[in-house]
Design a protein around this ligand. Structure first.
Ligand code: ASP
Length: 327
């Protein structure tokens, strides 16, 4: 059947490309993109598919430099006149980081969806083919235009800027705990319930990889900051306690980092809610704001890290960094 939609699918690997290796009884990347597409039956009724092979890696092997290379490829592909939309397959472990990086760096009206699978093709109930068909149906929809990068899993559509992996096993793992899904895929059609909350763009094709992520716990001290300063790190993200507070024993490390010109961005280890300068005690949000800590709103630490990595590739100016996180 002829159709006017052409969708480019960029394959990067992940469980969607895996099967169980009988020698080690564990899942490894093994399927070719053609083998995966052969399981997405009847898709030619919806779109002509162009396969682009980027990698076949588990997503813990995908480093930020590769995410940037992928972003450059997505930019080039989505610009093409013959392409209606782009789908990227990805392992679910770091899918939210890649999707968010694409969302921040690729400026296009055309729909872009990132998709994966929770069950590999040797398991009963492989979800790769249904997730892929839902992602393809999403990117051919006019309603999916101007929504930033989307994550399509388990028939739910979430914004890359809002979504996170919430469960290690469930097919229903990708959630936007703060705002809820953007929409659903029902009967091969995407239905949106709401608009995206915010869309930011960072114009860059580079990334600063030396950005640390520190999760706070009671009684933690400042040693780890000394390590990152010695190792010449360029930025630090702290996943703070609650509303945006840290143990007083971590304050010297924060001060020392800022004095060395290393921006410190704070988010919360709570799954929802933003950080704010509510508390005035030592290590409280007000104290940290006065020291020059930048507040990362309600981003999870792993996404704040990606954002800081991208920003640091274009500027070291603390006011600009602050502006990009806080406004
Ligand atoms: N460990 C796998 C990966 O991220 C998980 C998955 O794809 O679901 O590559």
């Amino acid at each position: 059947m002829s159709c006017h939609n052409k969708v480019a699918i960029i394959f990067t690997g992940g469980t969607i490309s895996m099967k169980i290796d009988p020698r080690i009884h564990a899942a490894i990347p093994a399927l070719s993109s053609e083998e995966i597409m052969a399981m997405v039956t009847n898709i030619e009724k919806f779109a002509e598919i162009e396969i682009i092979n980027f990698a076949n890696l588990p997503s813990p092997h995908i480093a930020p430099e590769m995410m940037i290379d992928l972003a450059i490829l997505v930019k080039e592909t989505v610009k093409r006149e013959d392409i209606t939309g782009v789908v990227v397959t990805h392992g679910t472990d770091t899918l939210e980081e890649t999707a968010y990086l694409l969302d921040l760096t690729v400026d296009s009206e055309k729909p872009i969806a990132v998709v994966g699978a929770m069950r590999n093709s040797s398991e009963l109930g492989y979800d790769g083919s249904s997730n892929l068909s839902a992602a393809i149906c999403t990117v051919i929809s006019k309603n999916a235009r101007n929504k930033g990068v989307l994550v399509v899993m388990n028939n739910e559509v979430n914004a890359a800027s809002e979504v996170t992996k919430t469960n290690t096993l469930s097919l229903d793992t990708f959630k936007s705990p703060e705002f809820g899904p953007l929409g659903i895929v029902d009967n091969d059609e995407v239905i949106f319930y709401r608009e995206i909350i915010s869309k930011k763009h960072i114009e860059t094709e580079k990334i600063e990889t030396k950005v640390a992520l520190i999760k706070c716990g009671p009684g933690m001290d400042s040693d780890i900051f000394d390590f990152y300063i010695d190792k010449n790190y360029k930025g630090i993200v702290i996943e703070s306690l609650g509303r945006g507070n840290i143990p007083p024993t971590m304050v010297p490390g924060v001060k020392k980092s800022i004095n060395k010109g290393i921006p410190v961005v704070m988010v919360s280890r709570c799954p929802t809610g933003r950080v704010l300068d509510t508390y005035g005690y030592e290590g409280g949000g007000k104290h940290l704001r006065d020291l020059g800590v930048i507040f990362g709103k309600n981003l999870p630490g792993q996404k704040a890290r990606i954002k800081l990595m991208l920003i640091l590739s274009v500027t070291n100016d603390l006011n600009r960094i602050k502006d990009l996180f806080e406004n």
